[in-house]
Design a protein around this ligand. Sequence first.
Ligand code: NDP
Length: 294
Amino acid sequence: TVSGAIIDGKAFAAGLRERVAAAVPTFVEAAGRPPGLAVVLVGEDPASQVYVRSKGKATIAAGMASFEHRLPVETSQAELIDLVARLNADDAVDGILVQLPLPPQIDEGAVIDAIDPAKDVDGFHIANAGRLATGLPGFVPCTPLGCLMLLKGRLGELAGLDAVVIGRSNIVGKPMARLLLNESCTVTVAHSRTRDLPSLVRRADIVVAAAGRPEMVKGDWLKPGATVIDVGINRIDAGEGKTRLVGDVDFASAVEVAGAITPVPGGVGPMTIAVLLRNTLVAAHIRAGLVPPA
Ligand code: NDP
């Protein structure tokens, strides 16, 4: 018997994308132009190419303008920062996303901090990270914000709940922990040096797994009824020369204990692009002096 309800991230993301698309015509009427998202890809990393292509398609499907910039792998940091400066100055561009990872000759932090914080729809700029850390409004990284939307959609009010975030990266774990703290959860952040992770997870009403460790979190680690958000995307060997995608949670055992759980694929993954579109719509409204839709 399966006790856990499966959280349908794909359906939730489709709803968010529809709401964004529905708000675009009103913006176009008021601003005289569509919201615009510029995506910059340096080099030919296959996974990054797939992400950039799907971001571009989703942007156009939402009725927004998509500006794609593909630069050769040998691009220098100065050349990339020069492009970012031109996008900062371009009034048709509301959001700027530089696809990571960048080639080794380029310092990612220097490039991200060259982006105008008002166009930083990925929420990676230190000004936006600082705003989140101090509880001020700003742009929040898309993946953790998508996780928060799924949690609130499922649980409603989060105040007072015990949350464990597994992972402390700047793009997932840390912003996730800060979002949950801003919702008045009691937050524990676990990482590779954490002792006795199972007993920490056992106390949690909310578990967000973002460690990049295939099927690490087992069902018998969970408090019965816990809500489990699985951020991990891991490709593992499925035998006979095939591979398959799994999360950081052992879904088969966790679904027996959890109150609700996101699958992989079809959970957190689809939310990331939907939130990117939402952040771009918000950026466009703020830049045009309009009030963003709720
Ligand atoms: P990072 O590799 O940057 O960070 C992983 C974090 O997990 C680190 O803080 C690390 O600790 C911690 N960790 C590693 N091993 C363990 C362990 N055994 N126990 C506890 N903590 C551990 O990864 P990201 O944050 O970028 O991504 C995490 C996962 O989410 C990946 O699988 C990635 O593919 C996926 N992802 C999915 C997205 C989506 O759209 N669904 C978007 C972004 C990422 P320490 O700091 O000590 O090294």
